[in-house]
Write a protein that binds this ligand. Sequence first.
Ligand code: CA
Length: 568
Amino acid sequence: MSDHNYSRRDFLKTMGLVAAALAVPGCAGLSQSLMSKGKRPNIILIMADDMGYSDIGCYGGEIRTPNLDRLAAGGLRFTQFYNTARCCPTRASLLTGLYQHQTGVGHMMSDQGYDGYRGDLNNRCVTIAEVLKQAGYSTYMSGKWHVTRHRGPDGPKYNWPCQRGFDRFFGTIHGAGSYYDPCSLTRDNTQIAPDSDDFYYTHAISDNAVKFIREHNAKNPFFMYVAYTAPHWPMHALPGDIAKYKGRYAGGWDALRAERHKRMIKMGIVEGKWKPTERDSRVPAWEKAENKKWHERRMEVYAAMVDCLDQGIGRIISELRKTGNFDNTLIFFLADNGGCAEEYGSRGPIKPDPSEEVSLRLIDKNALQYDMQPKVTRDGRPVRTGEGVMPGPADTYIAYGRGWANASNTPFRLYKHWVHEGGIATPLVVHWPAGIRAQGELRHQPGHLIDIMATCCDVADAAYPETYKGNRIIALEGKSLLPAFDNKPVEREALYWEHEGNRAICKGKWKLVSKHPGEWELYDLEADRTELNNLAQKYPQKVEQLKAMYESWAKKCSVQPWPVKKPD
Ligand SMILES: [Ca+2]
């Protein structure tokens, strides 16, 4: 069955809604009648930052995520959903329904001289907010933006959220920072300092999301994008949340990978026939690891960050219930890339050296924070990095490291940045009681960020535009997930990835993938989703066929060879 003949009407029919909708007198068509009855759902798109496939409870993790688990129990979990392996490209693709190079954010936030690599959303794409706003939705955003190279307080602001379709915005323009004192903190179009001494960014994102729901004019539906920065480095969490995980990781990363894998098989998230990957060869066996208390603490804080994010989702849900919006709100939850193996701030001696006096320039309470990694806390303590720094508080700035990232991505290979499954596989929890009958079911249909725009347009009866503000808009790449909600296939030719020269194409059960620099590898994902049995030698024709498709996609999407060379 093709998605062309599986329409929104078929979907609603399955839900028993068509008869009711058509029974409204005086309505010319289904969409009109639903619109006049105000039946279009609110949509909330929630994203975590640098979180692995197996971290949350409903995907096999031990981290306490009761609110996400309840959404999963009342909705759907997709087991083969994909992002683009990194912050900026994922956000560009998610917001527009296109591949990131098509939007001008083919890499990160600098202008590398080519249309696909401007570090700034172009005017040949539209955001979900721009499309839904035209269709009568109110549009809100709380959290991390990261799709423009202009992050200073004076902009230019043409690519800030309020100029790209959002009615209201609270969050950060840049991609990382202290949770106690984030750089580029912004309300609407004005950069601000944290407004309280106990500011903590994850809570602030949740507070503002709740506030937007509370203050929403209920006559029209709303779209809200909640882009948490947790659990991206630095490992910053509140003492009460960290305490919940005290000692939980004393068994180490090998035991953690094994227990998660067992639960994932039992839940049906992964198949028992897929061989688990070995521990990353650069990570020592846990019994041989040095500095265990420090390693444990890094993972305790990571877990606390995810826990806190889930608490925020709980508060969003309870505000939806309070305002009578819970049943007809379509909620998506996903992560922007897999667990991150970067050892940011975690190598070498502790700096500044705790035994030496440091002279610090204090920052005024009302001054803007310009540094991604502040040198000093607002109350005057030096911010320390290095091996052995016990993370959590504001005067630390380190990552959780490779061993735990390896466990986050259980049972897959590699991490954020690569396009093997460990880099690009994400949970996708979907919850919409008024629109999805199934409860607690899994969906194995492959899907990608590009599908979220198509799905939003579909449920909101919004037309993806051919032109916007006088500019011709690139045709939508994604497919609506509505058939998958009803457990039908989502028909498409293939999915594609490119990030820093790492490349992949998925077509049916086949995945052709390469690291940069590196040879193409071929995997049968039905038999081997952990990518351990490279079939490239065995099926050279398949490799050639997929490679040709990849190359024609790369050309169409303005992908440049890596590393990108400045044009002459
Ligand atoms: Ca990220």
